[in-house]
Write a protein of this length. Structure first.
Length: 261
């Protein structure tokens, strides 16, 4: 039994559709296999260590001019040690305002100066650090350091005793003979007495005082403009124990000794 032309055409179309479907299915399968192979061979992230972050180039010149306590003048040369006839007894750094103050002795008289104040004609306090100050002298910067001959003591909450040794016993008349002081002023106000020894200075060593200590109070009575600086014994009066509150550098300490009558 033979096929008509119409039957052959229908049979041919059926075979073509099946073949096209098989080809399409093979392409989809090949694409899926290719994606699987790609996922297995290619890493998710970048290969190798990531490049280090770019850092700003360090300028040694900028670091050399930076000072954490005060602003230095731009374009100036290195600061030199001052040869002025002045002495530095203490500093106070104010991190809030960026300023500060220093106790400086001029012609034997100690005074407290704020940054920007004139110390002597042509010389102003330019900046304050924890162990030195910078002064401006005719536009040039010079440094003045604390006396480093005595090892620095660790800072402790004020006031703290200078020594744990038993209190010394001192005759009152010896205090009169061996200790004196000069008023220390700050902006016209008296801050204390700059103590200094008389004679051999033995009493200073016995009770724990040092040259340059600033007496702030005696037995709780503050030093003021009415205090007589020449006779420390008058400040002790009739008390059997003398408790001296002193400022030594940036520290406030107490010196205690007994009075023998």
């Amino acid at each position: 039994m033979g096929f008509t032309d119409r039957q052959w055409l229908q049979r041919l179309n059926a075979h073509s559709l099946v073949a096209a479907a098989q080809v399409l299915l093979a392409l989809v399968l090949a694409l899926a296999v290719a994606r699987l192979v790609w996922a297995l061979l290619v890493p998710i992230g970048p290969v190798g260590a990531p490049p280090p972050p770019a850092l700003a180039a360090r300028s040694d010149a900028v670091l050399g001019r930076f000072d954490p306590f005060f602003q230095m003048l731009d374009g100036g040369g290195p600061t030199v040690v001052s040869d002025l006839a002045i002495d530095l007894y203490g500093t106070r750094v104010d991190n809030v305002s960026g300023r500060g103050s220093a106790i400086i002795g001029v012609d034997g008289t100690q005074r407290s100066f704020l940054v920007g104040e004139e110390i002597m004609p042509g010389v102003t306090l330019h900046g304050v650090a924890f162990d030195s100050v910078t002064v401006s002298r005719g536009g040039s910067l010079e440094q003045l350091f604390l006396d480093q001959s005595v090892p620095a003591r660790p800072v402790s909450p004020p006031p703290s005793p200078v020594s744990d040794a038993p209190a010394a016993q001192v005759p009152l008349d010896r205090v009169s003979r061996e200790i004196t002081g000069t008023l220390v002023r700050n902006g016209g106000e008296v801050e204390g007495l700059a103590l200094k020894p008389l004679g051999s200075g033995g009493l200073f060593n016995e009770i724990g005082l040092e040259a340059g200590d600033v007496l702030l109070s005696v037995n709780g009575v503050r030093i003021d403009s009415e205090t007589s600086p020449g006779n420390i014994a008058n400040l002790i009066g009739d008390n059997d124990v003398a408790v001296l509150e002193i400022r030594r550098g940036a520290e406030v300490q107490t010196v205690t000794f007994e009075i023998v009558r």
